[in-house]
Design a protein around this ligand. Structure first.
Ligand code: SF4
Length: 312
């Protein structure tokens, strides 16, 4: 039963649904919804962690609240405004049944539905996929045991093997969320991307949004990680083909010409994850250079992105 349940809707999604009247430069192509009542997660980088329910923001995005059924009505009106729905959830096992009923209602709408879950919820992820969810995003976020302990404050020894197991079973429907900027160097970060891809999964890449302190990553380093993710997922390079000097990626194992050709679609520098997921302004303010482009790049944006990689 979903009567009376309230849900948060990203500001951009609310504009597309006509719930808020405002202009936006780039519209979301996925409807982003958030149910995180009573999240008990303690992620260092989250403005809503530690029970901080007062914050209306997650990353840089404002999330006004509405009745779930009202939102669903808008999502299913023809012509349908979105090709995908992503239900983002906070971590609290007490909410499992509510999350399942929300997912059921979204699945029966016939729109491809993704959901984000915690790495401690891999068995729930399997249940959700069996129920008909299209994809699951797992918020691993940190790329190493050390950064996981420091920033997610959770048990890597339990969570990483459980995630590997999930990838073996359903990797083609799992997007592992990773944040660059939590202290892992490029070699460690690329190594984790390689392991996720080798296990059959995909990576949804984020730049640290310093809403709780810290700083956004160096743009050149982020572009190299974007290129590595793309080239690794499309099997144009692997960790063994690449060179690193003191943790910095210096060579993809491709000639300059082959590298430019391999990246020429620009997709490496766009938002990565489920189909139709573009997450505008998650990582940057309007007017700033996009860490993740939510749309196709212009020729000059593409040249700038390649130049920012500063490869020798
Ligand atoms: S990649 Fe996008 S649509 Fe998929 S789970 Fe992550 S945020 Fe949601």
């Amino acid at each position: 039963m979903t009567d009376g349940i309230k849900i948060r809707v990203s500001y951009g999604t609310a504009i597309v649904l006509g719930l808020v009247e405002a202009r936006q430069d780039v519209a979301p192509t996925t409807a982003y919804l958030l149910y995180d009542n009573g999240c008990i997660g303690r992620c260092s980088f989250c403005s809503r962690a530690n029970g901080n329910q007062k914050s209306e923001k997650l990353s840089r995005v404002v999330w006004p609240e509405y009745e779930f059924e009202k939102v669903l009505e808008r999502l299913t009106v023809e012509p349908r405004p979105f090709r995908r729905i992503c239900l983002q959830t906070g971590y609290n096992p007490a909410n499992t049944e509510t999350i399942k009923s929300l997912a059921k209602r979204l699945i029966t709408s016939g729109i491809s539905t993704s959901m984000t879950l915690s790495p401690s919820q891999t068995s729930l992820a399997q249940d959700m996929l069996a129920m008909g969810l299209d994809h699951v995003g797992i918020g691993l976020d940190a790329a190493s045991e050390e950064s996981y302990r420091e920033h997610k404050r959770k048990d890597w020894q339990h969570d990483w093997p459980a995630l590997q197991q999930l990838l073996k079973l359903a990797g083609d429907r799992i997007e592992v969320h990773l944040i660059f900027g939590l202290g892992d160097n490029e070699e460690t970060f690329a190594g984790r991307i390689h392991e996720i891809v080798a296990a059959g999964g995909k990576v949804s890449l984020f730049a640290l949004t310093p809403v709780n302190g810290g700083s956004a990553p160096n743009l050149g380093a982020y572009r190299r990680m974007q290129a590595f993710r793309f080239l690794c997922e499309t099997h144009r390079t692997s960790l063994d083909d690449c060179s690193f000097v003191e943790g910095r990626l210096t060579d993809f194992g491709l000639s300059e010409k082959a590298l430019k050709e391999a990246l020429s679609s620009g997709d490496a520098f766009r938002t990565s994850g489920c189909g139709d997921c573009n997450r505008p302004y998650y990582n940057e303010r309007p007017g700033q250079i996009f860490f993740n482009y939510p749309r196709a790049l212009s020729a000059s944006e593409f040249s700038q992105a390649v130049a920012a990689m500063q490869l020798p």
